[in-house]
Design a protein. Structure first.
Lengths: 730, 389
């Protein structure tokens, strides 16, 4: 017991024995730990000060990004207007469907995806994946859906995760009018071609944005503020185009294509006093509201060939040679030429278009005959330096306008390399390539008194407040020929129409000047393409004091006689005639003008009587009630003119939301010529469909018997028969 | 020999007549609690509405926890602290803590592969929180009895043996950071208790070695540790929470967005009413608010240390200093984690973060310090003659 106790004590002694006393007392140690904690607190406080105050700006951007949701506020794209304020391009309202995945309940995703894929014809799997994708604020499902579809989607009540918002779509109230010049836009209303692309920046304006405060799921905060950057709407473009003139031109070109079975027809109508382009068209065209974007020839169809494509002008070029020769003193009204059917240039024989030759002729006769030999002599007489100076002054060899998309500068041989042979050919329009726009501009300068005006399309730009921010510069670029020379050129060209190759352009009651042109086409290897021609005619009126210059090109006509005089001239005449009437220029004194009475609503017999009483003739497709007339009531036309009466039944039949469909009665076409059929049917809104490639003769059969009621836009097949048998005396 | 006999069998001096509790300590605790309830309500309102359909959901529960905590604190303050030095009481508390940890492993709620909570109906108990304070009480009891703290076997070993079972059980949850915090607390207690520096250094080397071993054992731990060093990448994944906390702190600036005007609480910052509530405080009250809050914590710790230094006996000193250390370490860790100075440890902000265990345990622990404060020899208000240890 004793030993045990002693052992225990010894053990305790050993355990209690200290090698060294602790340096500090317990109180001191407690205090030390406190100081350690205090130091750590201070360090952390310093670190927090760094995070919260010193480097706070680092997180600012991130914070704003996640706290706010940006909603784009689109700027309205500017409208495009014609010179009279008619709308050519505007914006229509459509809708878009957007998914907000963060607001979609997991269980609803499948229903939403299946309903949307059914209604909007979108992929189910993709929509389902989008609906479940929580990492995105929103996913676009489909754009540009129409009002009925939008209502159908709304009716499903798919919850806040399916949002419908406004979308815009470019809308062209005049359909196919001006299509190549206008161009088109993509789904986001960004201009891709034509005016839409050329002036995209001006039309677009500046997009605005709204920042909405939201929680992490994207729900707007009930008392959250939102900042708005207002969008700035685009500028409105006021063009020089007159939509009425444009319609006349397009109508004439469509006829030219149809009647000549041509590949296409192009035309420009220009105000030669300013360079303003009043009308510019290529046929065939396309409906801008329903473009065949997937068609392989789409780019070809939509190209504004009048500015992008060059061609050999042929005889229309002679106007410029003539003007240069007269102005330089190389030729005057007394000059005379001899044409044997060919001309020898340094040992090479260049033929006149008439192999038999024109014999001895003065300069007026040479122009009337469009004699190549005479113009070769004029060009050679001037020499290449002088002629080139004039051609450059006329604006050839470089782009002339600034409002045109993709304008080409034409091809002129380098002056150094021009041989006499080339020079002779340039004199009558070969070995040189120009754009139709260049030629029209140059001819305008030759006949307007001698000053070159840059062609332009944009009269002015107007901002949304109505202020004009841009106005076209209408000052002449330079004087090319003297006023005196210009007067002589006008006289000679008037004579061409009165007595020469331009006969087909004569207009009753007006003086008209002009020049025909026929040019060969070349294939891709620069070889003459046999049987392919471009027939053109450039005309101007009134001849004494020109205002309108009209150039029409018919590309690859497939009719027997291929000359500008027969292929293109009648259509220039048609355009100029319409335009002159419309613009209110009175015919010369020997014709009496009368005012067209209003006959709309009358029966055909009554209308006919009323018109005859006024001294006017009339024509109509049927004896039904008159629904429209051309020219319109109140216009002044020469006595004896024909007024075209549109007759038919017009019914308003509900078809879709707000499309009112017109119905007309098919007229009797028997015995009519192709041109008459074309005019008659298109005037009624029907589409003639010719049975043969080369419609000739008179109608002997037609689809739908006369009097049948059909929808406007309906194609009517027409069969022609040569009767009497074809005579070869043309 | 007689002296030794006396030292060992010296009966404890009976506690004197108690005086009032340390008023400043109580005041600062209640101030933090008041601020905590307001901020917790602000931080949780949006989440309450969107997830529970009741913006007051979290506030109501936190008020209940607070009430229980106050009851616990009052009880602990009234009971003479020396009751807890009693061997049987000590063993009972320790056993209860171990049992709850074991129960957690068996019946605990598994969240993301870790079992840390024990669902006991009204709320989820986090036994490891409880364990921290129980261990401090156990260590204080052991150290106040130890013959020679300078001795490795007598002084150090018992403390290590006591910490081993909870550390193992917590590692099995797994919750390595909590286990590491227990070891850190033990280290602090061993220092306060007066062990030899060489023993502590040896313990430190062993501890770090074991920690490395555990880290190497599970690849994801090293990944997390090193991933923490690269805080600016993967902001939507691994670093999402930290980045959101930084956005909250940064947008608070010096004076804050104003009470209730936090945006980060609107679903951007996870754990906003919980471990990351400091970020919301920083966003709404700014750096100024955080500075004020940290000052209040500092005041509570200072008063606790003051109580510890003036405590009537060694047990009271060790107990108060230990509990003050738990509080200090936890606040430091929480601030460090929220501000990105340390990898995530899952430590709540005492008296403020939403959660029953944390609230009740810390208030009750504060009650223990208040109890010690009733028996201090000298009050700080009228500084008497300095007392020797």
């Amino acid at each position: 017991m004793e030993t045990a106790q002693t052992g225990k004590h010894r053990r305790r002694l050993k355990l209690a024995k200290t090698e060294s006393k602790p340096k500090h007392t317990l109180k001191q140690r407690i205090l030390f730990t406190f100081w350690w904690y205090a130091v750590l607190f201070v360090v952390l406080t310093g670190f927090l000060f760094y995070l919260q105050v010193l480097s706070a700006s680092k997180v600012q951007r991130q914070a704003m990004d996640q706290w706010t949701r940006e909603v784009k506020l689109p700027a309205a794209r500017g409208e495009i207007l014609d010179a009279n304020g008619s709308i050519l391009a505007t914006n229509g309202t459509v809708y878009k469907v957007v998914l907000l995945p963060k607001q979609i309940d997991e269980n609803d995703a499948e229903r939403i995806a299946s309903e949307l894929s059914r209604l909007l014809n979108v992929d189910y799997e993709q929509t389902l994946a989008d609906a479940k994708n929580q990492t995105r604020w929103e996913r676009l499902v489909k754009r540009q859906i129409d009002a009925p579809t939008k209502e159908a989607v709304e009716a499903l009540k798919l919850g806040s995760g399916v949002s419908i918002s406004l979308d815009t779509q470019r809308y062209y109230p005049m359909g196919s009018l001006l299509s190549q010049v206008m161009g088109y836009t993509d789904i986001d209303s960004r201009g891709l071609d034509g005016l839409e692309r050329m002036f995209n920046t001006e039309l677009s304006g500046t997009e605005g944005a709204q920042h909405i405060e939201t929680d992490s799921r994207g729900n707007p905060l009930p008392y959250g503020s939102s900042s708005v950057t207002e969008p700035v709407d685009g500028l409105d473009l006021v063009t020089t185009i007159n939509s009425v003139d444009q319609r006349y031109l397009e109508k004439a070109l469509a006829e030219a294509v149809e009647v000549n079975s041509a590949k296409n027809a192009q035309g420009i109508l220009m105000d030669c006093r300013t360079g303003a382009v009043l009308a510019m068209a290529t046929m065939p065209s396309a409906n801008l509201n329903d473009l065949p974007r997937n068609d392989e020839n789409f780019a070809d169809l939509m190209r504004n060939r009048l500015v992008t494509d060059v061609y050999e002008p042929g005889s229309t070029m002679k106007i410029l040679t003539l003007a240069a020769a007269l102005d330089s003193g190389e030729a005057d009204l007394q000059s005379s030429y001899y044409c044997s059917g060919s001309y020898n240039v340094n040992g090479e024989t260049v033929h006149c278009w008439r192999r038999a030759g024109h014999g001895s002729e003065d300069i007026i006769k040479a122009a009337e005959n469009s004699c190549n030999c005479a113009f070769m002599q004029m060009a050679l007489g001037m020499g290449k330096e002088k002629l080139y100076d004039y051609l450059y002054a006329f604006g050839l060899g470089r782009t002339v306008g600034s409002d045109f998309m993709g304008e080409a500068s034409g091809i002129m041989m380098g002056q150094k390399y021009v041989t006499d042979n080339d020079l002779a050919r340039i004199g009558f329009g070969q070995s040189i390539a120009v754009t139709p726009l260049q030629l029209c501009t140059a001819v305008s300068a030759a006949v307007n008194g001698g000053e070159l005006y840059a062609p332009y399309l944009i009269e002015k730009m107007v901002d949304p407040q109505g202020n004009t921010v841009y106005e076209a510069d209408k000052a002449p670029v330079r004087r090319v020929i003297s006023e005196q020379t210009s007067r002589i050129v006008r006289g000679i060209l008037q004579s061409v129409v009165d007595n020469g190759t331009g006969r087909n352009c004569k207009i009753e009651g007006y003086s008209v000047g002009g020049k025909t042109g026929t040019a060969q086409k070349y294939d891709e290897y620069h070889r003459v393409k046999e049987g392919s021609y471009i027939c053109s005619f450039v005309g101007f009126a009134p001849a004494e004091n020109p205002r309108f210059v009209c150039l029409i090109l018919v590309d690859e006509p497939k009719v027997g006689e291929i000359f500008g005089s027969t292929v293109a001239a009648p259509f220039v005449k048609s355009v100029l005639e319409d335009v002159l009437h419309y613009s209110g220029i009175s015919p010369t004194a020997d014709t009496v003008t009368v005012e067209v009475p209003d006959v709309c609503g009358m029966s055909y017999a009554k209308a006919k009587a009323a018109l005859e009483e006024a001294g006017l003739a009339c024509s109509a497709q049927s004896a039904d009630k008159v629904v429209s007339q051309l020219p319109a009531a109140g216009e002044k036309v020469p006595q004896g003119s024909e007024v075209l009466l549109y007759t038919g039944v017009i019914g308003d039949i509900e078809d879709g939301e707000d499309d009112r469909t017109l119905y007309v009665k098919v007229p009797d076409l028997k015995g009519l010529t192709p041109l008459e059929v074309y005019d008659g049917l298109t005037a009624m809104g029907l589409v003639p469909e010719f049975d043969t490639d080369d419609p000739a003769g008179k109608v002997y059969k037609q689809e739908f018997s006369p009097g049948t009621v059909v929808k406007v836009g309906r194609a009517i097949k027409v069969y022609f028969k040569l009767d009497p048998p074809k005579t070869e005396d043309d | 020999m007689k002296a030794i006999q006396r030292r060992q069998s010296k009966p404890l001096k009976p506690l004197p007549k108690p005086h009032g509790v340390d008023f400043l300590l109580l005041l600062f605790i209640l101030m933090i609690c008041a601020l905590g309830l307001v901020m917790m309500f602000s931080a949780s309102y949006y989440y309450g509405i969107t997830s529970k359909g009741d913006g007051l959901f979290f506030l109501k529960r936190q008020m209940a926890f607070f009430a229980i905590g106050i009851a616990g604190m009052t009880a602990a303050a009234i009971i003479p602290y020396r009751v807890f030095r009693n061997g049987w009481v000590m063993i009972a508390l320790y056993a209860a803590a171990i049992a709850s940890l074991a129960a957690t492993l068996k019946w605990g709620t598994s969240i993301l592969g870790a079992k840390r909570w024990l669902d006991i109906g009204f709320f989820s108990l986090q036994p490891s929180e409880l364990c921290k304070v129980v261990l401090i009480m156990t260590w204080a009891g052991i150290m106040s009895r130890a013959v020679n703290m300078q001795h490795l076997i007598v002084g150090v070993l018992p403390c290590v043996l006591v910490v081993a079972p909870p550390v193992v059980l917590i590692l099995l949850q797994p919750n390595m950071s909590m286990a590491a915090i227990l070891c850190v607390l033990m280290y602090i207690m061993l220092y306060i208790g007066g062990t030899m520096r060489s023993h502590r250094l040896a313990l430190l080397v062993v501890g770090i070695g074991m920690a490395l071993l555990l880290i190497l054992l599970k690849g994801y731990r090293a990944e997390r540790l090193f991933g923490f060093l690269d805080q600016n990448s993967d902001l939507l994944g691994r670093n999402y929470q930290l980045n959101q906390a930084k956005i909250a702190l940064g947008s608070g600036g010096f004076f804050g967005q104003g009470l209730s005007f936090s945006r980060q609480k609107l679903g951007f910052l996870p754990e906003r009413e919980n471990d990351y509530i400091l970020a919301i405080i920083g966003e709404e009250l700014g750096f100024a608010g955080i500075l004020g809050l940290l000052s209040m914590y500092m005041a509570v710790i200072w008063r606790s240390v003051k109580v510890a230094m003036n405590a009537f006996d060694r047990y009271g000193r060790l107990l108060s200093a230990g509990i003050a250390s738990v509080l200090a370490v936890q606040v430091i860790l929480n601030v460090a984690v929220v501000s990105g100075a340390m990898p995530t440890t899952g430590q709540t902000l005492p008296f403020i973060s939403y959660g029953g265990t944390s609230m009740v345990v810390f208030l009750t622990a504060m009650g223990l310090i208040l109890s010690v404060s009733r028996y201090t020899k000298v009050t700080t208000k009228n500084a008497g003659p300095k007392q020797q240890e």
